[in-house]
Design a protein around this ligand. Structure first.
Ligand code: DGY
Length: 321
């Protein structure tokens, strides 16, 4: 009987995904879900044909260079791939894949939750209930901003952005967007395209960030661009923390330039800038955009479909390099 290919799985994955992994591969699973150090990861990858990492593993250039020669595939359990140095992987002839499409709706749902939580002062309201500090109903109690019929600016009109637009249309929101390219009018469905992020910002009562993190988008939301947003605007981020300059966003939340922010992703997770936690006009979630039972299963199966193809010497569906 031929030996099964060896796969290092860096984090605990959904049961059904691990079952398929164990059935088809010699799978090195992570039963305790401990985050491996770089040295541990490299040692555990010894003799492995492939690695399935999450975004919690920083596969920088120097880490990829140190991976054992046996590794020929990195099949990310994530749509984002800013944690993998693609150039280094390409130089080593390691195939890299991600898991697009399957998490778009779940992430857009969380963006809606963040938008509503930020606009309707969800954090303060929760806090009053849970700390027994809700004194009484008054006509001026916890007044938020209505999102219905406002302008929603979508930065990055990929799959998640398109679902966000679809959901927001149900609230009567007017959709504006900026992406590298303008979409076909059939996909736009009346959304207004802006050729630059700056132009989009000045038309966004609520700005929702959906672009990937890369060199071009690093700190794209900075102090200068925040000034382009209308006063009392709301910022929502379900993409990556790196797109935001924390100092600038926190300053704008403190000064009242912005009404609120709804954030699911941060720089330096999970050790986020502590100032976010002191602000009452933030609605914060711990990177749960894709955290639904259905979506996490689908992400795992998508990563495995890619791996199966690579092992069979076929082109995987979600080939990055
Ligand atoms: C993704 O898939 O990129 C999510 O952020 C979870 O890692």
């Amino acid at each position: 009987m031929s030996k099964k290919p060896v796969v290092l799985v860096t984090r605990q994955l959904p049961k059904a995904v691990e079952q398929r992994l164990s059935q088809d591969y010699d799978a090195r699973l992570n039963a305790t879900d401990k985050i491996y150090t770089t040295d541990e990861l490299i040692t555990l990858a010894e003799g492995a044909d492939a690695i399935i990492p999450c975004h919690t593993e920083d596969l920088r250039g120097d880490v990829i260079t140190r991976l054992p020669a046996s590794v020929r595939a990195i099949c990310c359990f994530s749509v984002g791939y800013d944690h993998v140095n693609l150039d280094a992987a390409k130089a080593r002839q390691i195939t890299v894949t991600n898991t697009p499409e399957v998490l778009s709706e779940a992430t857009a749902e969380i963006a809606m939750l963040l938008m509503l939580g930020a606009a309707r002062r969800g954090f303060e309201a929760q806090q009053q209930i849970r700390t027994n500090t809700w004194a009484d109903w008054t006509a001026a109690h916890d007044l938020g901003l209505q999102v219905s019929n406002k302008r929603l600016g979508i930065l990055g009109m990929g799959r998640v952005g398109q679902f966000m637009a679809q959901f927001a249309r149900g609230f009567g929101m007017q959709i504006h967007y900026h992406s590298r390219n303008q979409l076909d009018s059939a996909i736009e469905q009346g959304a207004i395209y802006h050729e630059s992020a700056e132009a989009l910002f000045s038309h966004s009562d609520i700005l929702s960030i959906h672009c990937p993190a890369n060199a071009e988008t690093h700190h794209l939301l900075n102090a200068e661009r925040i000034q382009l947003l209308p006063d009392n605007a709301i910022v929502v981020n379900t993409s990556r923390g790196a797109v935001v300059d924390d100092d600038a966003l926190i300053e704008a939340l403190q000064s009242g330039k912005l009404f609120a922010a709804g954030l699911d992703v941060f720089n330096n997770e999970p050790n986020i800038d502590p100032r976010y936690k002191t602000l009452i006009n933030t609605f914060l979630l711990p990177h749960v955009g894709s955290a639904t039972i259905e979506t996490r299963d689908a992400m795992g199966f998508r990563a495995l479909d890619n791996l199966d193809a690579i092992i069979a010497n076929q082109k995987p569906k979600d080939l990055l390099v």
